[in-house]
Design a protein around this ligand. Structure first.
Ligand code: HT7
Ligand code: ZN
Length: 873
C-alpha cells in the first residue's frame, strides 16, 4: 500500500451538488442506486478526468446524463472508476450490489444483530457506492430505503422523512431528505426491528426538536441517562458556544457491533450500545459518565465537524481535538471539574505519552499516512484537545468564544484546515500564534527541566525552565514550543500562595509564564519567604515537567497547594518517589522498606475534613502500573508490579482502621443516582475497600462479600467482584464469578465486564483462562466489544501479558492474524501493545519482535501492514 501525503492535496476537480440514493436492502445482495448531480470546478482543466472511489462493489450499470457509458469510456479497478471525458455539468447514475452480511470489517453497510447499519467515516462510503469519497465534497442527500416490512419495520437515514409507502412482496420504503450539504462520511442508514424512546427539546430560538433513541426492544429501560445527557448537551452548546441544533429531529441508534464508541452522522448518530445504554444494575458510575461524555461529543460534532468539516483527513484533529475539548468542558461543568481534569490527565499521561514515545508517534496534524483509520489516535483526539485548551487559556475565554463564532460563521458549510481555525483565534484575539502552530506539526512529548533558587537577601526567586522534545520517527530536529506554564509560589512557612511580581509587574497569586525559548529564567521579586513552586497547575500544557521536589516539598504541597489539581499531582509524585525506590530494591534483590512519609501523608489525607470525596479518592489511588511504566527508562514489568503491590499492602496494613472508618462512613442505602456527590462517595468507598482487601483480613472479606451480595448497583458490585476475583483466595473468586456470570448471561454488556474482570487478575492462570473464554458462547471475535473486553483487557494485564515464556505475546499475535482477515481496524488496535517492544528488557524485546515478524509474514491489510512496518522500522 502507498502512503498519502498532505503536500499532495489537490482540490476536487468535480463537486457533487445533489446525491440521490436508493437502497433495496438484502443481507446477501443489497442493490444501491445512486444518481449524482455533478459539476466541474470552475478552475479545473476542462479535460480533467472524473474519479469516483469504489471498493468491493459489483457494478451493474453506469449512465451519464441517462445514457449508458460504453466500456471504453471509463476505467474500473479495485480503487474506483475513472471517466475520462465528461461535460462541465452532468448527472451520473450507477447501480451496484454489495453483501452486508459478509461485511465483518464493519465499514460501509453491514449487519449487526440482524439490523442494517452503516459506518462511513473515514472512507467507508466507497464500499456503498461509487463516489468522490473525500470530506471536501459536500452534497445535499435524498435517500430512499426499501426493506422488508416485517424484518425491517424501521427505516432511518439522515435528515427528515418526506415520503413513505408500501411496496409489493411485503416490502416498504421511506424517503429521507437532509437539507444540509454534507460530506459522504456523515451519511447514515439504519434499518431493523427497533423500538424508540422519544423526547423533545426547545431550542434557544423556540424551535421544537424531536429527540429519539432507537434500541432493541429489551433495552428500552436503559436510555434515560443518554436522553438526559443529550438534552443537557444541547442546552450547554447553546449557552457556552451559542450553537443551536439545525434539524427537526435528532436520532441516536444503539448497535451491538461497532468499531469505535459512536459516530456523529448528521441527525442520525450511530452508537456502540456500550456508549449509550445504562442502568444502575448493569452500568458503573464510570460507564454513566462515559455515556454522558460520548453523547455530548457526538452532539457537539453537529457544529464542530458537520457544519464546518475537514478539508482532508490530515485535518482530523480540527474536528476531533476541538470536539474533545468541548466534551471535556461540558463534563467538567456538569460534574466535578477538578475530578474530570485529574481523570483526563491521568489517562492522557499514561496512554498518549506512551504513543508519543513509541514507533507510531505522529504530530497532531500528520504529514502522511497509509491507512487513515490508524490515525484515530490519542494524539489526534486528546493531545489535539490539550492544544485547543492551551489556545483557550492563551487568548482567554472571551476571545476564544469570539474566535469560535468567527470560525463557525466564516466557514459554515465548508471543509477547512487547522490553519483556518487557529487563524480565527489569532484574528479574534489579535495575538501572533505562529510559534504556537508548532504544536500541530511537532510530534513527541516536550520535557521541561525546571529548577528554582530563592535568594533571601534580595527576596527573589529565580525559576529556570529548559525545554526539549525528544526525537520521534521521521522528526529528528525539534524547535522550541510556546509552552504556557501556570504556576504559583507557595510560602513554605505560611502555606499561602505568595503574590507574584514578575518583571516589575504584579501578577496576583497565580499566573501563567510563557516559555518560548529553549531556556528561560523568570525572576520573581518581592518574594517575602522561601517558596515551594507549584508548577504546571491544572496541567496547563501537555508536557513532562521535572522539578527536584523533595518528599517534604511534596507532602507540603499535597495539603497546602491552593490548586486542587496540583495537590493530586503532589500525591502522585510522592507515591512515585517511593515506588522508584522499591522498584530499585526489587531489581537489586534488596529487602523492600515502605517510606513512612507516604504513610503519614495518606494518614493526613484520611483524617482531615473532606471537601470533595471524589478528589480525595483520586489522591488515594496509586499510579497505575502502566503509568509507572511510562516514567521508567526501561520497563521492568515484574519490579513495577511487586513495588506497587508492596505499597498497596503497606498502606492497607498501616492505615487499616482509617480505611475501615472511611469505608463505613460512606456506605449508603440511598437509591442510586449518577450525581457527582454520590459518585464521589462511591469512589471513596471503593478505594477504601481496595486497600482493605489488600490486607484481606476476615472483616475486609466480609465487607467485600456483603457489598457483592447486596447488589445495590453495578458500581458497588463490580468493585467487590473485582476485589474478590483478584484476591489470593480462589474460594472467594470462583463462586462470585460463577454467580455473576449466571445472573447476567443474558446481558451482553455485563458479560463484557465479566470477561474483563477475570482476565485482569494478577494470578498466573490468566492466559489459560483467556484461551478458555475465547470458546465461551458469549465471546465472538467478530464483535469488537468482546475483543476489547477479553483480549484488550488481557493485554493490559501487564504481568500476564508479558510472561517470560512469550505465550501472552503469541496469543495476541494469533488473534491479530485472525482479526486481520475479519476486521483490520480492530486487528491494528489490538496489536498496539506489541509495537511498544523497545521499551522492555532484551528477552521480552526478542519475543515481541518475533511475534511482529510472524504477523508480517501474513497477507496483511493496510491497517496492520502500516503498524507492523512502523513497529519494526
Ligand atoms: N468521528 C467518529 C469516528 C469514528 C470512526 C472512525 C473510523 C472507524 C470507525 C469509526 N467510528 C466512529 C467518532 C468520533 O470521534 O466522534
Ligand atoms: Zn469525534
Amino acid at each position: 500500500p502507498q502512503p498519502v501525503h498532505l503536500s499532495d492535496y489537490q482540490p476536487p476537480a468535480y463537486r457533487v451538488t445533489h446525491t440521490e440514493l436508493t437502497f433495496d436492502l438484502d443481507p446477501a445482495s443489497t442493490r444501491v442506486e445512486a444518481r449524482l448531480t455533478i459539476e466541474r470546478h470552475p478552475e479545473a482543466a476542462p479535460n480533467a478526468p472524473l474519479f469516483l472511489n469504489g471498493e468491493q462493489l459489483t457494478l451493474e450499470s453506469l449512465l451519464l446524463d441517462d445514457e449508458p457509458l460504453a466500456e471504453s469510456a471509463y476505467q474500473h479497478d479495485d480503487k474506483g472508476l475513472t471517466v475520462a471525458n465528461v461535460p462541465a455539468a452532468f448527472t451520473l447514475a450507477t447501480r451496484v450490489r454489495l453483501a452486508p452480511e459478509e461485511n465483518t470489517a464493519l465499514e460501509g453497510l453491514y449487519q449487526s444483530s440482524g439490523m442494517f447499519c452503516t459506518q462511513c467515516e473515514a472512507e467507508g462510503f466507497r464500499r456503498i457506492t461509487f463516489y468522490p469519497d473525500r470530506p471536501d465534497v459536500m452534497a445535499v442527500f435524498r435517500v430512499t430505503v426499501i426493506g422488508d416490512a416485517t424484518r425491517e419495520p424501521v427505516l432511518l437515514a439522515n435528515g427528515n422523512p418526506v415520503e413513505r409507502g408500501e411496496l409489493e412482496g411485503g416490502r416498504h420504503f421511506v424517503t429521507w431528505e437532509d437539507p444540509h450539504p454534507k460530506p459522504a462520511y456523515l451519511f447514515a442508514l439504519v434499518a431493523g426491528d427497533l423500538a424508540c424512546v422519544e423526547d423533545h427539546f426547545t431550542t434557544m430560538n423556540g424551535r421544537e426538536v424531536t429527540l429519539q433513541i432507537w434500541v432493541e426492544e429489551e433495552n428500552l429501560g436503559k436510555t434515560d441517562h443518554a436522553m438526559a445527557s443529550l438534552k443537557r448537551a444541547m442546552r450547554w452548546d447553546e449557552d457556552s458556544y451559542g450553537r443551536e441544533y439545525d434539524l427537526d429531529r435528532f436520532m441516536i441508534v444503539a448497535v451491538n457491533d461497532f468499531n469505535m464508541g459512536a459516530m456523529e452522522n448528521k441527525g442520525l448518530n450511530i452508537f456502540n450500545s456500550a456508549a449509550v445504554l445504562t442502568h444502575p444494575d448493569t452500568a458503573t458510575d464510570a460507564a454513566f459518565q462515559q455515556v454522558e461524555g460520548i453523547v455530548a461529543h457526538e452532539y457537539f460534532h453537529n457544529w464542530s465537524g458537520n457544519r464546518v468539516t475537514c478539508r482532508d483527513w490530515f485535518q482530523l484533529s480540527l474536528k476531533e481535538g476541538f470536539t474533545v475539548f468541548r466534551d471535556q468542558s461540558f463534563s467538567a461543568d456538569t460534574n466535578s471539574a477538578p475530578v474530570k481534569r485529574i481523570q483526563d490527565v491521568a489517562f492522557f499521561r499514561t496512554a498518549q505519552f506512551a504513543e508519543d514515545a513509541g514507533p507510531t508517534a505522529h504530530s497532531i496534524r500528520p504529514e502522511h499516512y497509509i491507512e487513515i483509520t490508524n490515525f484515530y489516535t490519542l494524539t489526534i483526539y486528546e493531545k489535539g484537545a490539550e492544544v485547543v485548551r492551551m489556545l483557550k487559556n492563551l487568548v482567554g475565554w472571551e476571545a476564544f468564544r469570539r474566535g469560535s463564532d468567527l470560525y463557525f460563521e466564516r466557514f459554515d458549510g465548508q471543509a477547512v484546515t487547522i490553519e483556518d481555525f487557529v487563524g480565527c483565534m489569532a484574528e479574534a484575539s489579535q495575538q501572533d500564534l505562529t510559534q504556537f502552530m508548532r504544536w500541530y506539526h511537532q510530534a513527541g512529548t516536550p520535557e521541561i527541566d525546571a529548577h528554582g533558587e530563592y535568594d533571601y537577601v534580595n527576596a527573589e526567586y529565580r525559576l529556570t525552565l529548559r525545554q526539549r522534545t525528544p526525537m520521534t520517527p521521521g522528526q529528528t530536529h525539534k524547535q522550541p514550543l510556546h509552552i504556557p506554564v501556570r504556576m504559583g509560589l507557595v510560602g513554605t512557612k505560611s502555606g499561602h500562595d505568595l503574590t507574584l511580581t514578575l518583571d516589575g509587574e504584579k501578577r496576583g497569586k497565580d499566573t501563567v509564564i510563557h516559555l518560548r525559548e529553549a531556556e528561560q529564567t523568570f525572576v520573581f521579586t518581592d518574594v517575602a519567604e522561601a517558596p515551594t513552586p507549584s508548577l504546571l497547575r491544572n496541567f496547563s500544557a501537555p508536557v513532562k515537567l521535572h522539578f527536584p521536589y523533595s518528599r517534604e516539598d511534596l507532602a507540603f504541597l499535597l495539603t497546602e497547594d491552593s490548586d486542587g489539581f496540583n495537590r493530586w499531582e503532589a500525591s502522585q509524585r510522592l507515591a512515585m518517589l517511593a515506588l522508584n525506590d522499591l522498584i530499585a530494591a526489587h531489581r537489586n534483590g534488596v529487602e523492600k522498606v515502605m517510606d513512612t512519609r507516604v504513610i503519614d501523608a495518606y494518614r493526613a489525607l484520611l483524617t482531615a475534613p473532606v471537601n470533595d470525596k471524589a478528589v480525595l479518592a483520586e489522591m488515594l489511588k496509586l499510579p497505575s502500573e502502566a503509568c509507572i511504566a511510562e516514567s521508567q527508562p526501561l520497563v521492568d514489568v515484574d519490579a513495577i508490579h511487586a513495588a506497587r503491590e508492596f505499597v498497596r499492602q503497606s498502606l492497607g496494613f498501616a492505615l487499616r482502621d482509617e480505611f475501615m472508618a472511611v469505608y463505613t462512613a460512606n456506605v449508603s442505602s440511598k437509591a442510586y443516582a449518577p450525581t457527582p456527590e454520590q459518585i464521589g462517595q462511591r469512589s471513596l468507598k471503593s478505594v477504601a475497600l481496595a486497600y482493605l482487601m489488600a490486607v484481606e483480613d476476615e472483616e475486609a472479606i466480609e465487607r467485600c462479600q456483603a457489598q457483592f451480595d447486596a447488589g445495590h448497583n453495578m458500581t458497588d458490585v463490580r468493585q467487590a467482584l473485582t476485589l474478590l476475583v483478584h484476591s489470593s483466595r480462589d474460594e472467594l473468586a470462583a463462586p462470585a464469578l460463577k454467580a455473576f456470570g449466571e445472573k447476567w448471561a443474558h446481558d451482553s454488556l455485563v458479560m463484557d465486564q465479566w470477561f474483563s474482570i477475570q482476565v485482569s487478575r494478577p494470578q498466573e492462570d490468566v492466559l489459560e483462562r483467556v484461551k478458555y473464554l475465547m470458546q465461551h458462547p458469549a465471546f465472538s471475535l467478530k464483535n469488537p466489544n468482546k475483543v476489547r473486553a477479553l483480549l484488550g483487557a488481557f493485554a493490559q494485564n501487564r504481568v500476564n501479558f508479558h510472561r517470560l515464556d512469550g505465550a501472552g505475546y503469541a496469543l495476541l499475535a494469533d488473534a491479530v492474524i485472525e482479526l486481520n482477515r475479519l476486521n483490520p481496524e480492530i486487528a491494528a488496535r489490538l496489536m498496539t501493545p506489541l509495537t511498544r517492544w523497545r521499551r522492555f528488557d532484551d528477552a521480552r524485546q526478542a519475543l515481541m519482535q518475533a511475534e511482529l515478524e510472524r504477523i508480517k509474514q501474513e497477507p496483511l491489510s493496510a491497517n496492520v501492514y502500516e503498524l507492523v512496518e512502523k513497529a519494526l522500522a
